[in-house]
Every structure is written in structure tokens, then in C-alpha cells.
Design a protein around this ligand. Structure first.
Ligand SMILES: Cc1ncc(COP(=O)(O)O)c(C=O)c1O
Length: 367
């Protein structure tokens, strides 16, 4: 019996993207635009920074397990504290879900090239990880419903989806849900919820408070707190109670929780961030299409570009890096001919489009 199980041995440690400073040094650049990790280009909410500073003097004390944030969220969403969980980012909560609900012999089901964080966490549990192909870069909910078997335990849906940026509609979800047995847990990962919430066909999962659905959201994206590690979820109290048994008792950290509570109240920052993103999405989508690139229409804070082949996608990634633009190649997700570009400041977005204009990029048909 090997010391490390084969399903762990076959995984690879997460490779963080290159930092702006590193790229600046490597290529002797005066300016770098980091458009690789769907972070908020405005930085953190100022109220969150103040709140963290205020609690620095008490970090010799253990945190209270997310109680303050759960209370605030319960009030904000008109639900009970027993229906809310807080954790170290939404990935922290996904990790708890995997440990709480999956047993040996269970299977998880999702789309091809789903959010990598989910794939790695599910595979690290050693269970079967099954996927169905995208339909036109969207989750194929009909195919997913058809792929459910007696071993299926978790179905993972990100809406909007990373890395495609696409959403499924309320109508599609309602139709899908009718086919899902109650013994199957649906994770609705809404890391990019705020960007899509005003799109009329977008389903607000707070209306789906079914017993087998858990909604996950995060402060890492529009609230600019990716480095603090703070996320939350809503579900039936039976699910939350069991998650709380498995969760590390002291996550989220005191600083992360204080940042989250403050960020939630910072409506001005939220508004500014959403406006900037809407402008950025339009600018990148239109600007890159004008150059002739294939852009998948996005409802999140990034766009996916589909290149004719893997060589051209890798070439574009390198060429942009040399000009100080860090984007995310998607080969590791199983999409070697695709790249993902996050929206930045207005300057970053312009920097990116101008840099691509200068290159000889192959022209591809529009989506
Ligand atoms: C779909 C999706 N879910 C979850 C996460 C992780 O978010 P967090 O920082 O809250 O762990 C990301 C981050 O990129 C994401 O794209």
C-alpha cells in the first residue's frame, strides 16, 4: 500500500499566476496589467481595510467561527443564521462540502472544464469525477440531468461559469431541477453573482431554497478581498449543521470576517466596481471582436477568447506577457486553445486591446 493514495499522487500543486512585480522585473517593463485572476482592479473596499485595521489589536484572540458575518448575512437576506455558513473563501466551503457529503463510491458530476478549484478538491477525495461537454460554451443542463446515476452525490454548477463567463437561465434550471433526485446535492457556485444579478434571465438562487441546494458566494471578486479569504453559503439548516461539524472551528479568520462584514455595507464601492466592470466587459468584448477574435459573451468579470489552436493561444499568452499583460491560459483546464482575460481598470483594458492590436493574431470567426 503506497504512503500517498494514487488519486493524490496524480494531482499537481496549485501554481499561482505570476505577480505584476515578477513580470515587471523579468521583462524590464514600466507598467503591468494583471488580468489573470478575476480580481477587483479597484483594490479592496476602503471600509474593509478600515475594519481590518480596527481589529488588529485583538488578533491574539481566537475567532468566533464566522458568527458575526452569518448574523449580518441572515439579516440582509431575510433568513435564519442556521441557514448561513462562512468560510475561508468559497473554496474553503467547497472543501468542507466534499468532506461532509462524499462517501467512498460516490460520484460527482459537472461540466467539462469546470472551475479548477472544484475539480481538484473533488479528485482529492478519490471519488469518480464525471463531466459532460459544454453546449455552445454553456452548461448543458439537459445532458447533466441525463448523466445522473444512482451513485451521483454532488452536482456542481457555477453560474456565471468560470472560465466561460456564461450563465444558465431560471427556466433552464427549473427544468433541470425536476430531474434531480433529493439525495443529490446541487452546489450553485455564485462567485460572480453580483455581476450577473441584474440580467433578467439570471436565476437568483435565493429563490431556490430547496433542501438539496447550497448556494456559495464570495468576497473575493466584486468586493476585492481575494487575499483575505472570505466566502459564505446558504442552505437548509440540516446541511449547514453538518457542514459546521466538519469546518475548521476557527475559519474564517478574525480579519477576514471583519473585512467581509464591512465590505457588505459598502454599497458605494460595490456600485463603482460593477460600473467599471460593465464598461470593461463591453470594451474588451467589442475591441477584441473588432480585431477578429472569437469572444464568448460574458456575464462575469472576464472574457474567454477562443483561438484556432493551442499553439496560437500559447503564443498570444507569451506575446502579451512581454508587453506587460498577464492573462490566464486555459490549457490546465483542458481548453488549450482558449485564454481568459479579466476586466481591469479602464487603462488596463485599453492597454490590453492595444497590445493585441499590435500583434499578428490569427482571425477567427465570431461566436
Ligand atoms: C467559480 C468560482 N468559484 C469559486 C472561486 C473561489 O473563490 P474564493 O476566493 O471565494 O475561494 C472562484 C475563484 O476564481 C471561482 O471562479
Amino acid at each position: 500500500m503506497p504512503l500517498v493514495p494514487p488519486y493524490i499522487e496524480s494531482l499537481r500543486p496549485y501554481q499561482p499566476g505570476r505577480s505584476s512585480e515578477e513580470v515587471q522585473r523579468a521583462y524590464g517593463l514600466s507598467r503591468v496589467s494583471k488580468l489573470a485572476s478575476n480580481e477587483n482592479p479597484l483594490g479592496p473596499s476602503p471600509l474593509a481595510i478600515e475594519a481590518m485595521a480596527r481589529c488588529l489589536g485583538s488578533i491574539h484572540l481566537y475567532p468566533n467561527g464566522g458568527l458575526d458575518l452569518r448574523r449580518v448575512l441572515a439579516e440582509e437576506y431575510d433568513t435564519k443564521i442556521e441557514n448561513v455558513i462562512a468560510g475561508s473563501g468559497s473554496e474553503g466551503i467547497i472543501s468542507n462540502i466534499i468532506r461532509t457529503f462524499l462517501g467512498d463510491g460516490d460520484e460527482v458530476l459537472t461540466t467539462d472544464a469546470a472551475f479548477l478549484g472544484f475539480r481538484v478538491l473533488a479528485q482529492s477525495r478519490g471519488v469518480a469525477y464525471r463531466t459532460v461537454p459544454y453546449r455552445d460554451w454553456h452548461y448543458d443542463l439537459t445532458a447533466l440531468a441525463g448523466a445522473i446515476n444512482e451513485r451521483t452525490k454532488i452536482i456542481y454548477l457555477a453560474n456565471p461559469n468560470n472560465p466561460t463567463g456564461t450563465i444558465f437561465s431560471k427556466h433552464e434550471f427549473d427544468e433541470f431541477y425536476r430531474h434531480v433526485p433529493e439525495r443529490v446535492l446541487i452546489i450553485l457556485d455564485e462567485a460572480y453573482f453580483e455581476y450577473a444579478k441584474d440580467t433578467p434571465r439570471y436565476p437568483d438562487s435565493m429563490h431556490y431554497r430547496y433542501d438539496n441546494v447550497i448556494t456559495l458566494r464570495t468576497f473575493s471578486k466584486v468586493y476585492g478581498l481575494a487575499g483575505a479569504r472570505i466566502g459564505y453559503g446558504f442552505a437548509h439548516e440540516r446541511l449547514i449543521t453538518n457542514l459546521l461539524k466538519v469546518k475548521l472551528p476557527f475559519e474564517p479568520s478574525t480579519l477576514a470576517q471583519a473585512a467581509g462584514v464591512a465590505a457588505l455595507s459598502d454599497k458605494e464601492f460595490l456600485h463603482k466596481s460593477l460600473e467599471l466592470n460593465a464598461r470593461g466587459l463591453k470594451f474588451l468584448t467589442e475591441g477584441l471582436r473588432e480585431i477578429g477574435l472569437t469572444i464568448v459573451p460574458s456575464e462575469a468579470n472576464f472574457v474567454m477568447v477562443v483561438l484556432p489552436d493551442a499553439v496560437q493561444a500559447a503564443q498570444l499568452t507569451t506575446d502579451l506577457l512581454k508587453q506587460g499583460i498577464i492573462i490566464r491560459p486555459l490549457a490546465g483546464w483542458g481548453l488549450p486553445n482558449c485564454i481568459r482575460i479579466s476586466t481591469g481598470t479602464d487603462d488596463d483594458n485599453q492597454h490590453c486591446v492595444e497590445a493585441i492590436q499590435k500583434l499578428e493574431v490569427p482571425l477567427t470567426p465570431r461566436v
